[in-house]
Design a binder for this molecule. Structure first.
Ligand SMILES: [Zn+2]
Length: 303
């Protein structure tokens, strides 16, 4: 499974959006720096010129402020919380919604397969779960809001770090009396770091939204139907998969176990893994063994 969450298109779209907006901020900051008019005095050594920017403290503060605002507004993190049409709302909500719909479908198909197989199930409701039951619930809206806030906070973290580093390079350059070109080059290096940070954060946040939605839906549907569920860990099993992620592939865990594993030891960072729910009978055995077997066989294939 190259991409167990199946969110690559959303991740790439969000990445492209972030990178092009960061490039715009970089070019705005470049313009700000080129707008400065330092007095250049040549040193005895020809190559060693001194650029005296002659800025008052206030002017320098305004320059730094403008640079920070460029970065903040590029990533749309100026406020304290995300608006409904925040930059990545579509991607995060899209991932969350898709995952919930998939879980409803998987759960209904698990129940149908168990009934066909003659497994005795005690259901609180005999009708298949309707997606509206979940999507329109207060709980769903609340969890979705949390996902949006969490991703906003993560992107804001990237913005704050980038702003601090860019400001630092500008101030240091002015203090050291280096050329505008040199300051721009230093700033550009910090933007490279910011781009790598935002790619990681976007991948992590979109996959986290998808996986949390799945676990939340599994839990919610279990409560609605009275049926016990577990989740089978699905790893990408790629060359970059961490061994402690790959070793979980095909193994079933409770929703709580899976959540606490993901939330520990930076396991979420750059994690491509996902889960698939299965039903559990009264004695704690997995009813939908075939679902689990399917993933285990894939793991054999990749070994
Ligand atoms: Zn993983």
């Amino acid at each position: 499974m190259a991409d167990p969450t199946g969110q690559q298109v959303r991740r790439n779209r969000a990445r492209r959006l972030a990178i092009s907006r960061l490039n715009r901020a970089k070019s705005q900051i470049r313009t700000l720096i080129m707008g400065l008019n330092p007095v250049i005095t040549a040193d005895v050594v020809i190559s060693n010129q001194s650029h005296d920017y002659q800025l008052t403290d206030f002017q320098q503060e305004q320059l730094i402020l403008a640079a920070n605002q460029s970065i903040e507004s590029a990533l749309e993190v100026s406020g304290d919380s995300p608006s409904d049409d925040w930059l990545y709302s579509d991607q995060v909500e899209g991932a969350y919604r898709q995952s919930t719909l998939e879980e409803v479908r998987d759960f209904n198909s698990n129940v149908a397969a168990a009934i066909v197989a003659g497994t005795a199930l005690t259901l609180l409701q005999s009708e298949p779960i309707q997606t509206e039951n979940i999507i329109l619930s207060q709980q769903y809206r609340e969890e979705l809001r949390k996902a949006r806030i969490a991703s906003f906070a993560a992107v804001k973290g990237v913005s704050s770090k980038a702003s601090a580093q860019v400001s630092n390079r500008i101030s240091a350059g002015i203090r050291a009396r280096v050329s505008r070109t040199q300051i721009i080059s230093d700033v550009s290096d910090r933007f490279d770091v910011a781009k790598s940070d935002i790619r990681r954060v976007i991948d992590t946040e979109i996959n986290t939204a998808f996986n949390n939605a799945k676990l939340e839906a599994t839990r919610q549907i279990s409560n609605l139907t009275g049926l016990r569920s577990a989740v089978v860990h699905i790893s990408a099993l790629s060359t970059t998969t961490r061994p402690n992620h790959a070793s979980r592939h095909g193994i079933a865990y409770t929703v709580e176990q899976q959540l606490s594993w993901w939330d520990g030891n930076a396991n979420r960072i750059n994690c491509k893994c996902s889960v698939r729910s299965v039903l559990i009978d009264d004695s704690g055995d997995i009813i939908n063994k075939d679902v689990q077997e399917q993933f285990k066989q894939e793991s054999e294939f990749f070994r």
